[in-house]
Write a protein that binds this ligand. Structure first.
Ligand code: AP5
Length: 204
């Protein structure tokens, strides 16, 4: 059994994946996207793409992209759609595409670009999972992480900006995916395992 409670053996007895699957995790900062992405990717044998992790990796390595993105990220604003879409496009070169997207798309422009890219690649989104968590819990989680890990954007002022950016620029994705019959709502409060079970229940 792996540390996250997913059986290691499950991977050994199944055949290789043969069909495409594209899952998205949507939710405000602190909703648990990254936490659940790790578990879901492992359980469903998906490649995990976290645009936040990818950007932080660039910042850490001091690449041109990282240098360009750092101030924007530290301020809690979104990095440009063009840059993000190109970064994701460069990763989607496996066939069949089996991917879990964490933190992307984050704007309707990104969602439309993703739909176009997937159509180009002969596939489509399987489901968009919305993790629903109230604001008090979100802030408490991020302030706790600030004490534990010191992430540059986990401070009081930047958390407030990130929440506002979510409301203004990312929350419209809920209607976008609902209108396309792709949205799956999951209660995101409770033990990590309970939330994971809730996600698993709503997925095909
Ligand atoms: P990103 O890294 O995506 O950050 P975020 O959306 O703010 O998300 P977080 O990582 O804070 O939260 P999460 O929902 O992943 O929750 P987590 O599992 O970590 O983006 C950072 C920045 O990069 C953006 O502001 C932007 O500048 C840029 N960026 C990224 N993608 C972009 C894009 N597509 N376009 C433009 N710019 C982009 O959990 C949070 C905490 O809660 C953890 O400490 C965790 O242990 C804890 N926790 C998790 N689940 C539970 C639970 N069930 N109960 C209690 N605690 C829990």
């Amino acid at each position: 059994m792996g540390a996250d409670g997913v059986s290691d053996g499950a991977f050994l007895v199944t055949n290789g994946p043969t069909s495409s699957e594209v899952l998205l995790l949507v939710g405000p900062p602190g909703a648990g996207k990254g936490t659940q992405a790790e578990k879901l990717a492992r359980a469903r044998r998906l490649q995990k793409l976290s645009t936040g992790d990818m950007l932080r990796d660039h910042v850490g390595r001091g690449t041109d992209l990282g240098v360009a993105a750092k101030a924007t990220m530290d301020a809690g604003q979104l990095v440009s759609d063009e840059l993000i879409v190109e970064m994701v496009r460069a990763e989607l070169d496996n066939q069949p595409i089996r991917v879990l997207l964490d933190g992307f798309p984050r704007t309707v422009v990104q969602a439309e670009a993703l739909d176009a890219l997937l159509t180009e690649l002969g596939t489509a989104i399987t489901a968009a999972v919305l993790l629903e968590v109230d604001i008090d819990e979100l802030v408490a989680r991020l302030l706790k992480r600030a004490q534990e890990q010191g992430r540059a954007d986990d401070n009081d002022a930047t958390i407030r900006t990130r929440m506002q950016v979510y409301t203004d620029q990312t929350a419209p994705l809920v209607a976008y995916y609902e209108g396309r019959g792709k949205l799956r709502r999951v209660h995101g409060i409770g033990a990590v395992e309970e939330v994971f079970a809730g996600i698993s229940e709503v997925l095909p």
